[in-house]
Design a protein around this ligand. Structure first.
Ligand code: DGL
Length: 257
């Protein structure tokens, strides 16, 4: 197959990376996509770095065997654990990761703090701590680890009492005065953004890195002259390590949101 017409691979620990892929579909609708969600091994955010690194290497190998021309590691946790190594392993592969979008949050801050919601591993890892150091003089940045939150989204619970209570407790725990913005540093969380916005109110800006990552992927594919010439709408294939119809159905539903 012509290199340009090969699919783009997306990977996440579960259904979260679809929040990034939906942005890619908007700006590159003619591409073909293969999405691999590793829901069987989720959540990644409470595992050891070593475990997540191994699972990520395996997922990337799986996608490469499917013939993808570039890969988006659409998971903040897997990015912090493995992307630096992956770049060394596959120096010629267009590869993007995702990290909490601190820059736009700091640039838009008026007064109050910036809450970073992410998995415990993302917030503990060196990658995030370097990022935080870079911006900590310019804003009051408050890391808020959210163990247990991605599970709601994996179960398709995007609203309802339980998830609402979880978010209320989380915001109340980390709130010290006004919250200027909230950064969604896990790709699962954009799916509960409408609920979170209702809880914190419209004055708090909610930011995620989905579109930025999709744009970076496009830029890297373009750089290698790998963007498709096709003018037809591309195909999307979703694969999940959890062999259940429900998770595939949920995945297609999330992609439509
Ligand atoms: N979606 C993943 C992220 O962006 C993490 C969820 C998990 O497996 O803990 O960090």
């Amino acid at each position: 197959m012509d290199n340009k017409n090969r699919p783009i691979g997306f990977f996440d620990s579960g259904v979260g990376g679809l929040s990034v892929m939906r942005e890619a579909l908007k700006i590159m609708p003619n591409e073909n996509y293969i999405y691999f969600g590793d829901s069987k091994n989720a959540p990644y955010g409470i595992k050891s770095v070593e475990e997540v690194r191994e699972l990520t290497f395996k997922a990337v190998e799986f996608l490469l065997n499917k013939g993808v021309k570039g890969i988006a590691v659409a998971c903040n946790t897997a990015t912090s654990a493995a992307v630096a190594d992956l770049r060394k392993m596959y120096p010629d592969l267009p590869l993007v990761g995702i990290e909490p979008a601190l820059k736009p949050a700091v640039e838009s801050v008026n007064d109050g703090s910036i809450l970073i919601m992410a998995t415990p591993m993302t917030l503990k890892e060196a990658k995030f701590n370097r990022l935080m150091k870079k911006y900590e003089d310019r804003a009051d940045i408050v890391p808020a680890p959210c163990p247990g939150l991605m599970e709601f989204i994996e179960e398709g619970k995007l609203q309802g009492e339980e998830v609402e209570q979880y978010l209320l407790d989380k915001v109340n725990t980390y709130k010290k005065g006004k919250i200027s913005s909230i950064v969604l540093g896990c790709t699962h969380y954009p799916f509960i953004e409408p609920l979170l916005s209702r809880i914190v109110g419209e004055d708090t800006v909610i930011i995620d890195g989905g579109l930025g990552t999709a744009k970076e992927l496009k830029r890297r594919l373009n750089e290698k002259e790998l963007l498709t010439d096709s003018t037809e709408v591309g195909k999307v294939e979703i694969i999940n390590s959890l062999d259940k119809e429900e998770i595939i159905n949920l995945s297609y539903r999330l992609l439509e949101l």
